[in-house]
Design a protein around this ligand. Structure first.
Ligand SMILES: CC(C)(COP(=O)(O)OP(=O)(O)OC[C@H]1O[C@@H](n2cnc3c(N)ncnc32)[C@H](O)[C@@H]1OP(=O)(O)O)[C@@H](O)C(=O)NCCC(=O)NCCS
Length: 178
């Protein structure tokens, strides 16, 4: 039996969402160290991304209780991260979703499956009614993922993003618990 079986939170076919292991960190550093990934994410995501960044990230994840960040596993191999972070105060019934996957695995339908899985898991196990995120205007692949997963485009936050000193719109998406 898979030794990580207790750490799996959701799975469908070849795509598994599970806790991040120390053995993932080398691949995390490899896939995260890609400007084509970083340009789509907040500046808190290091660029370049080193093994030290991966180790620091795992230390922060280890401190979380409950955890909000997980690994995406495809055919038994670490391929990326996905997070579902509940809000606080009046936003405590909402959670923000975030994700990235290594470039070798783009456009294979993996993230659409992972988003479906964590959304279903979140609505079932967390006390939330809304899952949302913001996507930079140029990130058409992520917008397509959210649309495929039944998220609704709710708003355009005009000129709200400053990435590498350029200004962009942010497209906001959300899915409501049925
Ligand atoms: C965005 C990202 C998560 C997509 O993951 P993925 O596993 O490739 O997604 P999927 O294969 O499930 O779906 C991608 C969809 O976008 C489409 N797509 C890809 N590039 C596109 C583009 N330039 N314009 C329009 N659609 C595009 C694909 O054709 C596919 O749609 P389809 O199934 O209808 O053909 C991945 O590219 C990534 O990690 N990017 C860097 C980090 C990032 O952007 N994170 C999200 C921040 S909001």
């Amino acid at each position: 039996m898979n030794k990580m079986v207790n750490k799996i939170i959701a799975s469908k076919g070849d795509v598994v969402i599970r806790e991040i292991e120390n053995s993932d960190l080398q691949l995390l550093a490899k896939y995260a160290n890609n400007p084509k990934v970083a340009i789509n994410l907040r500046d808190a995501f290091p660029n370049p991304y080193t093994m030290d960044d991966a180790i620091r990230f795992k230390e922060a994840v280890d401190m979380q209780n409950p955890k909000s960040i997980y690994a995406i596993d495809y055919k038994g191999e670490y391929v990326g991260n996905i997070s579902l972070s509940p809000g606080t105060d009046v936003y405590r019934k909402s959670a923000e979703i975030g994700y990235f996957i290594g470039e070798p695995f783009w456009n294979m339908g993996i993230m659409s499956k992972a988003v479906d899985l964590i959304t279903e898991w979140g609505f079932k196990t967390l006390d939330i009614v809304r899952i949302y995120t913001g996507v930079f205007e140029f990130n058409k692949a992520s917008q397509r993922v959210l649309e495929k997963c039944g998220f609704s485009k709710e708003a355009v936050f005009r000129k709200s993003i400053c990435k590498y000193d350029l200004i962009y719109d942010e497209i906001r998406y959300a899915k409501i618990k049925e």
